[in-house]
Design a protein around this ligand. Structure first.
Ligand SMILES: Nc1ncnc2c1ncn2[C@@H]1O[C@H](COP(=O)(O)OP(=O)(O)O)[C@@H](O)[C@H]1O
Ligand SMILES: [Mg+2]
Length: 366
């Protein structure tokens, strides 16, 4: 998959910009606070229909303006045009200039994977961020997962509201449990498959990137005993049965797919508790690279890679290793304060960003 060109109008600190991208390597350079991340943010928005930096869309509109417009041409077998108009009251998403009814008709047409220093948040103590990433990535390859998650969230809201009533109607609780069992079973099967997919690649990628022979694996901390078994539904029914009294006492749904987690392990031990900062950095890169490979194996398509300021955190050997792994198969947009030494030997387009203006410079050998 390739972004052929993209544009922004009154988006963040850009008034008007259009970029024709190199199908392989693109380097975005500039000092701090000039608009490098903003440019990548516009591409993420066109992929997910939301920003990774804020949930308040109006912050994306250039101050003093009414609305922002961003768009791109994506090429994957055929060309498609994506547009997003962000205004005070919401957003309009368009595919080939026709507004879409649901954002799920827009999300996933452009598939990007962002690498950012904030990725280390995946190793926070709380599982929320790990679930968010997992949901986001599975939803990109499976619309049915997205729909099951939405239905589950609605059922969960109803169930929690019911549990807070003075005398909850247990007949209705039975119905909700049965409906949630069906949605949860579909969610568990997809999560389990996703984690198996990541485990096919992550350890080798970690070794290759870091040069250290350490095993990195991801373990699925599931709400039922055995997510690999056939009888997921009956395990879920048992879970609801045995948790019912506790849920009634606490007035909240205490177990279920909304409480699950991914446990990263390094040589069989919990990574969050045992890994050094450097190992965590490598592990998150390996995880992201594993995601790429998994998405490719599931969809047959290569996502576009966005690397935001990740090179500066790596030593030279690892920078070079990472760039070697990503060049060739993927279109890459890399932000960096300056041109990394080893990149000077490669072909790339360079875009110098300064105060919301983009200037294409000669770049590397190409
Ligand atoms: N809605 C907005 N309107 C105008 N300027 C904005 C808006 N949002 C962010 N900016 C500006 O964008 C700049 C930060 O851009 P960013 O892409 O994060 O920088 P960097 O090049 O360091 O990645 C800051 O100067 C900030 O004030
Ligand atoms: Mg930045």
């Amino acid at each position: 998959m390739i972004i052929q060109k993209s544009w922004m109008r009154n988006f963040r600190n850009y008034e008007k910009a259009e970029i024709v991208w190199n199908p392989e390597m693109n380097l975005i350079t500039g000092r701090n606070a000039q608009g490098k991340t903003n440019l990548l943010e516009s591409l993420v928005y066109l992929s997910l229909s939301k920003s990774f930096r804020t949930s308040t869309d109006t912050l994306l509109i250039k101050s003093g303006h009414e609305h922002a417009e961003i768009g791109c041409i994506v090429e994957e077998e055929r060309q498609r045009r994506l547009d997003a108009v962000i205004h005070g009251k919401g957003k309009t998403l368009m595919v080939n200039r026709s507004p879409v009814k649901k954002s799920s008709d827009f999300v996933g047409i452009l598939n990007v994977i962002l690498f950012s220093p904030d990725d280390l948040g995946i190793f926070n103590d709380a599982p929320r961020e790990r679930r968010r990433i997992m949901n986001q990535e599975i939803a990109k390859i499976s619309v049915s997962y997205l729909h099951a998650m939405n239905r589950y969230q609605n059922l969960l809201r109803n169930r929690n509201a019911l549990l807070k009533e003075y005398r909850p109607d247990t007949g209705y609780l039975d119905t909700l449990d049965e409906q949630m069992t069906a949605e949860s079973a579909a969610i568990i099967r997809q999560r389990s498959k996703f984690i198996r997919g990541i485990n096919r690649y992550i350890s080798d990628l970690y070794k290759e990137l870091s040069g250290d022979s350490i095993d990195v694996t991801v373990h699925y901390s599931c709400c039922i005993e055995d997510p690999e078994a056939e009888d997921i539904e009956s395990q879920l029914r048992k879970m609801y049965e045995s948790g019912r009294q506790r849920d009634l006492d606490q007035s909240v749904s205490s177990t279920g797919v909304h409480r699950e987690d991914l446990i990263f392990e390094i040589n069989g031990r919990n990574l969050i508790m045992t890994a050094s900062q450097g190992q965590k950095r490598m592990a998150v890169l390996a995880f992201k690279m594993a995601l790429l490979k998994y998405i490719r194996s599931e969809t047959g398509h290569d996502p576009v890679l966005l690397l935001d300021d990740v090179l500066s955190e790596l030593d030279l050997t690892r920078q070079e290793k990472l760039i070697d792994m990503v060049t060739g198969p993927y279109q890459c947009m890399i932000t960096s304060a300056e041109v990394p030494e080893f990149l000077k030997r490669k072909k790339f387009n360079e875009y110098a960003v300064s105060a919301g203006e983009i200037r294409m410079t000669a770049g590397g050998m190409g």
